[in-house]
Design a protein around this ligand. Structure first.
Ligand code: SF4
Ligand code: SF4
Ligand code: SF4
Length: 202
């Protein structure tokens, strides 16, 4: 089983810093987008919890300086997510059109998007929670739309004693054992590993 590692997060620094001198590094951004488009229809937001470089950056690096507050549910609402999706995607498309297809300039646009979203992610990660950004990230929102209902976490009600351990370890701060349909579950398996009653599985 693939597992997210701290090393993946270093890619975010490489693209944000190295991309200033070598814009071709920006092409990692559409690769991440493509990976989400391919995996989400089968596994929901699995990519977010297991392979996303920024997810790793948030989990392993931002978590060291995060204030560790609860992610407000408003950040997950479509009232926030749709405008952010349209705003960031619209801005990126506008900049891409201006490049007239020049390969290096296109790379620069992707690097700019990576720097911008990393800055927002870092800010929310520090003042709220490491994965706060992942509650409204446009790519995560696409994953949610494409993968709703896929690869769902199952709760064995006979075994669950409602101890709340799973909710404490969930990086997305979801109601792990209470609601079956969790479209923002990133399939990280942390709740499965932490449950003392082995009541959770995919
Ligand atoms: S929500 Fe966005 S930043 Fe977070 S893990 Fe998914 S794709 Fe990566
Ligand atoms: S950790 Fe396991 S037993 Fe405890 S509330 Fe969650 S599912 Fe139930
Ligand atoms: S519900 Fe479990 S698998 Fe899903 S994000 Fe939370 S901890 Fe990870």
């Amino acid at each position: 089983m693939l597992k997210i590692t701290p090393y993946l997060g270093i890619l975010v620094i490489i693209v944000c810093v190295g991309g200033i001198w070598y814009p071709m590094l920006g092409y990692l951004v559409p690769l991440v987008f493509a990976a989400i488009m391919i995996t989400s229809p089968f596994r929901g937001r699995w990519f977010c919890g297991n392979l996303c470089p920024r997810g790793s950056f948030n989990d392993f690096w931002v978590s060291r300086i995060s204030m560790g507050r609860r992610i407000p549910s408003i950040l997950r609402s479509m009232w926030i997510r749709v405008p952010i999706f349209l705003g960031l995607m619209g801005f990126m498309l506008f900049r891409l059109v201006q490049t007239r297809g020049l390969v290096e300039l296109v790379g620069t646009v992707f690097v700019t998007m990576c720097i911008l979203t990393t800055a927002i992610s870092l800010l929310f990660g520090v003042i709220i929670s490491p994965r706060a950004w992942c509650s409204f990230c446009p790519l995560g929102t696409v994953g949610r739309w494409l993968g709703r209902g896929k690869y769902q976490l199952q709760v064995d009600r006979e075994k669950c004693v409602d101890c709340g351990v799973c909710k404490k370890v969930c990086p997305m701060h979801l109601e792990v054992n209470e609601i079956l349909d969790k479209p923002d579950c990133i399939k990280c398996q942390r709740c499965v590993e932490a449950c003392p009653r082995e009541a959770l599985h995919f």
